[in-house]
Design a protein around this ligand. Structure first.
Ligand SMILES: O=C(O)CCC(=O)C(=O)O
Ligand SMILES: [Fe+2]
Length: 275
């Protein structure tokens, strides 16, 4: 079985990118402190506890999914802005864009008895229209609990980000992102992966924060999951990441829907928060 490379928390973004480009996935161990992990759990678990299980095989019928993490959890905001992650993300996606944005935020709690999720590439959300030579995503899964093969650690096919579209993995080409709570698995939008099966009695909980090119549509509609009243409370840096900023010179401009001669025309979303 192929293995994923584990790097220490004091690694460099350059090394993260080097391994990611080669293997399509890499783990950074113990990137969160015990205190940060406690804060994260305190912020997200009330939502997980009261959330319903998924309704489809792909979502997982013993799996709970909670989104809108930028509006709901300051710790998730801190994780989304983590300097190592952002430096690596910026370098990884730089050949394809002049900026990146948050694409998806979701806690995934895989419960007892859940089966393996169908293997997939996350870039399929754009329906296969983005040419393979364009890398669409830099994705992270933060381990809130330990991730083990038994409790549903993400299944991963190292190297599959470089495969032809048609190639399917053989069982011996699939490994899993086993890691301790507080570690993060980083992977590409082109890497074949999927949630694992949970044969234990404990939930496997991960926080998924994905980033995409600033010119592609975000999977989670950030302007609805984190509307202006919520974004107002975030730092300017986090608001920019969520999408309240221009992508290049024009993408994402807005006009205030007010009377003739009133309000802003062709404004950067940053202007929303000027007053
Ligand atoms: O939770 C996981 O381990 C991965 C889930 C996943 O890949 C997905 O839902 O797209
Ligand atoms: Fe996925």
């Amino acid at each position: 079985m192929p293995e994923l490379v584990h790097l220490p928390a004091n690694t460099t973004a350059e090394l993260v990118v080097e391994v990611l480009q080669r293997d399509g996935g890499v783990i950074v161990d113990n990137i969160l402190s015990a205190q940060q992990l406690d804060t994260l759990k305190a912020e997200i678990m009330p939502y997980v506890d009261l959330c319903q299980d998924g309704k489809s095989d792909f979502s997982g019928k013993q799996t709970r999914r909670v989104g809108a993490l930028m509006a709901r959890s300051p710790m998730c905001g801190e994780m989304a802005l983590h300097p190592l992650i952002n430096s690596a993300c910026g370098q990884y996606l730089a050949p394809f864009c002049d900026g990146y944005q948050l694409h998806f935020s979701q806690v995934v709690s895989i419960g007892e008895g859940e089966g393996r999720q169908q293997l997939h590439k996350d870039r399929s959300v754009w329906g296969g229209y983005v040419p393979a030579k364009i890398e669409t995503q830099f994705s992270t899964i933060w381990a809130v609990t330990d991730f083990t093969e038994e409790n549903g650690a993400t299944q991963v096919v190292p190297g599959s980000h470089l495969w032809d579209k048609e190639r399917l993995p053989k069982p011996e080409e699939i490994t899993c992102a086993a890691m301790s709570a507080g570690s993060v698995f980083i992977y590409s939008g082109s890497t074949i992966h999927g949630g694992g099966a949970n044969s234990t009695q404990q939930n496997r909980i991960g926080a998924l924060l994905h980033y995409t090119l600033n010119w592609l549509r975000q999977e989670e509609n950030q302007y609805l999951s984190c509307p202006p009243a919520s974004a107002q409370k975030l730092s300017e840096e986090l608001r920019d990441l969520v999408g309240y900023s221009r992508g290049g010179p024009v993408l994402g401009f807005f006009t205030q829907p007010v009377g003739p001669g009133e309000g802003l025309e062709l404004a950067s979303p940053k202007r929303m928060f000027d007053v």
